[in-house]
Design a protein around this ligand. Structure first.
Ligand code: GDP
Length: 295
């Protein structure tokens, strides 16, 4: 995960090491390399500019330059600013209310949405929740089949309604069924497309308005970099997302989407996908992630 970003940051910060005293120009050179490694990691230009502005303001000054351990101080500043960029020190995860909670998962085709329905079920079952899945992606019969396979694998009931054309109706019936069965979390697997289009957004808005999910999550593929950030922005304009789930970080050497998306969209990252397996989903913790990135 993020190997190229890690290596870039490590060698940038290394240039500051081993100097008894740092001059302002040493510091600025080192920070230039930090900036370069963020740009190479495909972090958005505005995000990098803001980030470097904050880091430079704190790092270039007598307090740091004359400190006994200036390099450690710079690493600390970069770490703190990374945590802020990722959403702050104590990003809350999901709070469940008593009774039925409805989660709606949206995302482009291939982002990992259906797999993530299974991964979320796994996490929720570990905390003793009673989960049900709803196959509301009526565009692709294969998606319904895939959800049934995942449900069977996990022992989670899957609601689907063969022949029904209206996803709102499928979701509404799933809600009734979930209430009857004392389910505590119902996860709606909605339709995806290869690209964002108006019909898809209209359908998702209709489900959002009529079914009133407690949490609307967007699943985005971290490996698609700035495209993931752009699609998160577009989905958030249409749906007011409660959170993002960023998948495929196990295959992402750069981390540009992860580092940009919170600042660009304002939507918190709630979970990250780190593999194809149904237990490869982690609640997102900015502090832990900043530590992982800095190695
Ligand atoms: P959907 O079209 O959005 O429902 O996407 P799928 O759930 O079918 O996932 C598309 C592909 O991405 C599948 O091959 C998944 O196994 C894979 N996938 C999903 N999440 C992850 C992840 O976090 N890491 C990796 N490496 N693969 C993932």
């Amino acid at each position: 995960m993020f190997e190229s970003l890690q290596n870039g940051l490590k060698s940038a910060l290394k240039t500051l090491q081993g100097k008894a005293r740092l001059t302002e120009s040493n510091m600025r050179e080192g920070l230039k390399l930090v900036e370069q490694s963020l740009l190479e990691a495909d972090v958005g230009l505005d995000v990098v500019r803001d980030f470097m502005g904050r880091v430079t303001e704190k790092a270039v000054g007598e307090k740091v330059l004359l400190a006994l351990d200036p390099t450690q101080q710079v690493v600390g500043i970069v770490r703190d600013e990374l945590i802020t960029l990722l959403g702050g020190p104590a990003e809350p995860t999901i709070k469940l209310k008593a009774g039925l909670n409805i989660f709606m998962l949206c995302g482009l085709q291939g982002s990992g949405k259906t797999t993530t329905c299974g991964k979320l079920s796994t996490l929720l079952m570990k905390s003793k929740q009673s989960v049900m899945l709803c196959a509301a992606d009526l565009q692709r019969p294969a998606a319904i089949e895939q959800l049934h396979i995942i449900g069977k694998q996990l022992g989670v009931p899957v609601f689907s309604k063969p022949g029904e054309q209206d996803p709102v109706k499928v979701c509404q019936e799933a809600v009734e069924e979930a209430k009857k069965k004392d389910v505590t979390v119902l996860i709606l697997d909605t339709a995806g497309r290869l690209a964002i289009d108006e019909e898809l957004m209209a359908q998702l808005k209709r489900i959002d308005n009529r079914v009133e999910p407690d949490q609307v999550f967007l699943v985005v593929d971290g490996m698609t970099g700035q495209d993931a950030v752009r699609s998160a922005g577009a989905f958030n304009d249409a749906l007011e997302l409660d959170g993002l789930i960023m998948t495929k970080l196990d295959g992402d050497t750069r981390g540009g989407a992860l580092l940009s998306v919170r600042q660009v969209t304002g939507v918190p990252i709630k979970f990250i996908g780190t593999g194809e397996h149904l237990d490869a989903l982690e609640p997102f913790r900015p502090e832990g992630m900043a530590g992982r990135i800095l190695g």
